[in-house]
Design a protein around this ligand. Structure first.
Ligand code: SF4
Length: 183
């Protein structure tokens, strides 16, 4: 574990701890306020994110940005990261060995950011952070407290692109996260 951002960023910059290093254009480390109270954790970079080195800049990210705007959440005030920092081929789910290999970086990010609330975006984030026993359908919209952090699982924004009906859940879950910040 590194106790500052410079050392952590230096440690990850040429990472080849898992096979995803082979296909990446950029490592998508994380973005936003490094002292945020509210953090978002997604799954892994897609094509746009891989090209730009920034998480959630593609269509799903734009949808998330619109929800932020509607709820008065400033993207630059939150911190956003993913379970894996390199793009899985053809946007497949990260495999278990890849998620495990990358997890120390994410843990270190959480320790440095010290968020009060973490929104888990989708099943992959939920299960890798809280455990394989959690299902996204049953867990979304729930408040899960662990070690001084409030976790709120919700749909991955990409799921909203496939199913319009999930947008209202997503909106409500983000609203809940915002409310919890005030506690
Ligand atoms: S996904 Fe994570 S562990 Fe794998 S190569 Fe990229 S930075 Fe390293």
């Amino acid at each position: 574990m590194y106790d500052n951002w410079e050392e952590l960023e230096e440690a990850i910059k040429d990472c080849n701890k898992c096979k995803l290093c082979k296909g990446r254009t950029n490592i998508v480390f994380g973005t936003g306020n490094k002292e945020a109270d509210l953090m978002f954790i997604g799954e892994g970079p897609g094509a746009d994110e891989d090209a730009q080195g920034i998480p959630f800049v593609g269509k799903a990210g734009q949808l998330m940005n619109r929800a932020f705007e509607g709820l008065g959440i400033k993207r630059e005030e939150v911190y956003i990261a993913n379970i894996v920092k390199c793009r899985p081929p053809n946007n497949r789910d990260p495999e278990q060995d890849e998620a495990i290999a990358c997890m120390d970086y994410l843990r270190n990010q959480v320790i440095l950011v010290k968020p009060k609330v973490i929104v888990l975006l989708g099943r992959i984030a939920l299960q890798n952070i809280l455990g394989q026993e959690y299902g996204i359908t049953a867990s979304r919209g729930k408040i899960i407290e662990k070690k001084d952090i409030t976790y709120i699982p919700t749909w991955h924004p990409a799921a909203l692109l496939r199913d319009e009906n999930k947008k209202i859940d997503f909106w409500n879950d983000l609203k809940l996260a915002k409310t919890r910040l005030q506690k």
